[in-house]
Design a protein around this ligand. Structure first.
Ligand SMILES: [Zn+2]
Length: 436
């Protein structure tokens, strides 16, 4: 249709029409861009549900050529719609002035159009219309990097395409020394909540973040920062990390398989997690621990007490079989797990048990909720670790060796891990230098 109009117009008009089309395109694009920006910013540039006629701007820009404005392009408009809870395509289309027939045609715009079924509240749809109010394009940015565009081909046929933006990744470093708690030190180092948890998870088989972090412990981590068109879209993976706990150095590097390995190629994953409770639930233990180290109480107590709020999830420290899940007046609700032939772990004083005797549990599976049942002075988990029937301190006992990386992967891992460890070390030097 537009093509026909251009053909019948005299040449000077053609040029100005082309020029105007460019203006229309730029304006439309800038409006789309504004809508896009509003996804990331708190203030919305385009008010959702309000129609913005492009014609208003065009009149000023091309007042000298009214005949082109009469040709109908001036009535192109754009509308940004913010998805609300309970919305669906039909509802949204009705609200922006489109018909059920339009909904039907758009829903048949190829397989990509199915993305519209997965719209989430708070996301934006951008519509452009021609002068008859017919939908020209529908744009839906469904992730930070992916955009669905549905374009009208003929009067009732639409096509869809997905564009993937190029992601640019930068390295980011964070390091710190612990004075009050790991969490505080990591926040001070500029790490996000998620990255702090990820770092603790990487070392969760070697370090008890709930009980054994001490003042003077240090961490040094290198992770990805991701950008699209210069906009920060989020953090990527932790690539390499070091944690020094009570003088012991632990290092981990992420391999291409997504798992973490020590520099010697041993997996960071081991048979037992060091703590059956996530350290975030443990309150003010750090200061307490400085005066009552685990080792000092170990002989009399034969276990580790994790004080945390009632209801805190407690997980199996290793995979195994539940050999006891019951209640008595001393241990309260308690669960025992057998791991292979030699190991048993015991968990006492639950407010609620989540597993039954005979059940097979995975490492990290929630087996109960922390409580204060039985002989207990307050909400805490009493955790015991037994080797061949003898109570042992899981910190000092020799545990099964971690699996090494596959032989076929060893060379690739070394090639990847060495430069990363060097970058970590260099960055530490830079940080130390800047402190002096
Ligand atoms: Zn205890």
């Amino acid at each position: 249709m537009v093509a026909q109009t251009i053909k019948t117009l005299p040449r000077p008009h053609k040029i100005s029409l082309v020029a105007l089309s460019v203006v229309v395109f730029i304006l439309t694009a800038s409006m789309l861009f504004s809508a896009d920006a509003s996804r990331h910013a708190t203030s919305t540039v385009l008010e959702p549900g309000v129609k913005y006629p492009v014609a208003l701007n065009l009149e000023q820009l091309s007042a000298s050529n009214s005949s082109v404005i009469d040709s109908g392009i001036e009535s192109i408009e754009s509308q940004t719609y913010r998805v609300k809870p309970g919305d669906n395509l039909a509802k949204i289309f009705k609200q922006v002035g489109l018909t059920p027939t339009d909904t039907y045609h758009v829903s048949r715009a190829g397989k990509h159009a199915k993305k519209l079924l997965k719209m989430m509240p708070g996301e934006f749809l951008n519509f452009t219309f021609d002068r008859r109010g017919k939908l020209n394009t529908l744009i839906y940015e469904f992730s930070d990097t992916e955009t669905l565009t549905i374009t009208r081909k003929t009067d009732d046929e639409y096509i869809s395409q997905i564009d993937i933006a190029e992601v640019y990744t930068k390295f980011r470093f964070a390091q710190g020394e612990i004075t009050s708690s790991f969490w505080n030190a990591a926040i001070k180092a500029g790490m996000s909540d998620n990255k702090i948890m990820e770092l603790a998870d990487i070392f969760g088989w070697d370090i008890d973040f709930a009980m054994e972090i001490r003042a003077g412990d240090t961490f040094n981590v290198m992770y990805e920062e991701r950008f699209v068109n210069g906009d920060f879209i989020g953090y990527g993976d932790i690539l390499a990390a070091e944690f020094v706990n009570q003088g012991e150095v632990f290092q981990a590097i992420r391999h291409t398989d997504g798992s973490y390995y020590a520099p010697n190629g041993r997996s960071m994953k081991k048979s037992f997690l060091r703590a059956p409770v996530n350290f975030r639930y443990i309150s003010s233990n750090f200061t307490k621990k400085r005066f009552h180290p685990v080792t000092k109480r170990w002989k009399a107590h034969r276990g580790t007490d994790y004080a945390a709020p009632t209801g805190t999830p407690v997980v199996a420290s290793g995979k195994g079989r539940v050999i006891k899940s019951t209640y008595d007046r001393f241990n309260g609700h308690h669960v025992f797990i057998q791991h292979g032939d030699r190991y048993v772990t015991k968990y006492l004083h639950f407010s609620k048990r989540k597993v039954k005797k005979g059940e097979i549990v995975k490492q990290g599976q929630v087996i109960g909720l922390l409580g204060s049942t039985g002989m207990s002075s307050g909400p805490h988990l009493h955790y015991e670790f037994l080797v061949d029937g003898v109570h042992r301190n899981p910190r000092t006992v020799t545990l099964p060796k971690a699996e090494p990386i596959a032989k076929s992967e060893k060379a690739a891992f070394t090639q990847l891990s060495l430069p990363r460890l060097t970058m970590l070390a260099n960055n530490k030097r830079i940080m130390l230098a800047s402190i002096d």
